[in-house]
Design a protein around this ligand. Structure first.
Ligand code: FAD
Length: 386
């Protein structure tokens, strides 16, 4: 792994950093206050991202993306992590699983998503099936030449703005020596399809304005043309395209931690008690030392995982380590920053309480910390027969 960035990569970092500072930061307080992204702001962020050539930068050039590799994309996400999730959602990065689109699906879903004309969301989780994805009960059955979907998905981020949803449902069950095992198929479902409704989800303390929705399927009829990948091949598309997306949580956690850390550092250098700056007390300065050490460690773990993907090396364990470490690091860094701010840390005059609240979800979504530890330990123990 080369620890230095090329000139081009440095430019990616500085371009996205300025974008976040100029186009995202100024709207954050309003989104926090109202819990909404004003439509004109969403539209402007999207258009400016397109103009900058960064919309769908995670997609290859042959389909109209910017063709960034995993490391470069991680650099983009790290900078975006500094800003509000609700706002940077419009710095569009469609799900890369859309690369599995074939034939007319490319014109109907992939290419419009890359051009910013249609937005996507991804639905796996159900009220009764979170970590245990195979426990899903949302199902599709054959009826004539069609598929008929029934069931409910919840916690679906960005579905409020989505034109279509990538949905994973059960399409059968196999008997295996370890018990019945669901077969999963992925469907592309357009907003407005009869029998499919998107409704408001729950209010979360993390990332105000970045909404989650509940999706209901009630005899929703789809054609074969809406199957993404193979019938019963949902896990294959998931494994091919989705496992790398867990890096996103790690990279964004690093970016947000760096932003938060700057507040801690400056406050420790300015705030005076007992006639001196609080940063001169070892109780504060050692916290600063621990924070930057952990942020750098998380950064290196994350970039290493992205680099391994670019080299075609196995990266499942490394991605899981980066996700669990970076998200837990962010919790410690935001908590320590709040402590350094004392009582003012809890007040919404500063964004510290927001960073602290926002950090909480990072240990839960895209696979909880426990599930990441499961992935890491299975990777190490399975080859030894344990
Ligand atoms: C704000 C938000 C947005 C989200 N967006 C999306 C989205 O866009 N699309 C989508 O599909 N999903 C989304 N999710 C779902 C998210 O991925 C799940 O919340 C997550 O996978 C955990 O599932 P769960 O909440 O049902 O918890 P559960 O799976 O019920 O877990 C509860 C607890 O049990 C632990 N646990 C479960 N199984 C094990 C085990 N085998 N070993 C040890 N501990 C275990 C968990 O770690 C956790 O601590 C979102 C969630 C949130 C909160």
């Amino acid at each position: 792994m080369n620890f230095g960035l090329t000139d081009e990569q440095e430019m990616i970092v500085s371009t996205v950093r300025s974008f976040v500072e100029n186009e995202i930061y100024p709207h954050e307080a309003e989104v926090e206050r109202s819990g909404e992204v004003p439509p004109e702001v969403a539209k402007a962020i999207k258009q400016k991202t397109i103009d900058l050539g960064f919309y769908a930068c995670n997609f290859p050039e042959e389909v109209g993306g910017a063709g960034l590799n995993h490391l470069e994309f991680a650099l983009v996400e790290r900078e975006l992590g500094r800003g509000s999730m609700a706002l940077n959602h419009f710095f569009g990065r469609p799900q890369n699983i859309l690369m599995a689109c074939e034939g007319e699906q490319r014109e109907r879903y992939l290419l419009p998503a890359v051009r910013g004309e249609r937005m996507d969301a991804l639905a796996m989780t159900e009220p009764g099936a979170g970590s245990d994805v195979r426990g899903m009960t949302c199902s599709a059955r054959r009826d004539g030449g069609d598929w008929v979907l029934n069931g409910t998905k919840h916690f679906i981020s960005g579905a409020d703005h989505a034109d279509f949803i990538i949905v994973f449902v059960a399409t059968g069950e196999d008997d295996t020596p370890r018990g019945p095992k669901k077969r999963i198929t992925t469907f592309l479902v357009d907003r407005g399809t009869p029998g499919f409704t998107i409704r408001d989800g729950y209010k979360s303390v993390s990332h105000r304005g970045y909404k989650n929705c509940i999706l209901d399927f009630d005899d929703c009829r789809l054609s074969d043309a809406q199957v993404l990948g193979e019938v019963d091949g949902g896990f294959a598309v998931m494994n091919e395209w989705l496992y790398a997306t867990r890096i996103t949580v790690a990279t964004m956690s690093v970016g947000r931690a760096r932003r938060c850390f700057d507040y801690a550092l400056n406050y420790a250098a300015e705030r005076k008690q007992f006639g001196q700056q609080i940063g001169k007390f070892q109780g504060v300065s050692f916290q600063i030392a621990d924070m930057i050490t952990e942020i750098d460690a998380a950064d290196l773990l994350t970039l290493n995982a992205a680099w391994r993907l670019d080299q075609g090396l196995p990266a499942n364990r490394e991605i899981a380590s980066a996700k669990v470490y970076a998200s837990e690091m962010l919790a410690r860094v935001t908590d320590a920053t709040l402590q350094i701010y004392g009582g003012m840390g809890l007040m919404d005059d500063f964004p510290i309480e927001r960073f602290w609240r926002d950090a909480r979800v990072e240990r839960i979504w895209d696979g909880t910390s426990e599930i990441q530890r499961h992935i890491i330990s299975r990777d190490l123990l399975r080859p030894l027969g344990a």
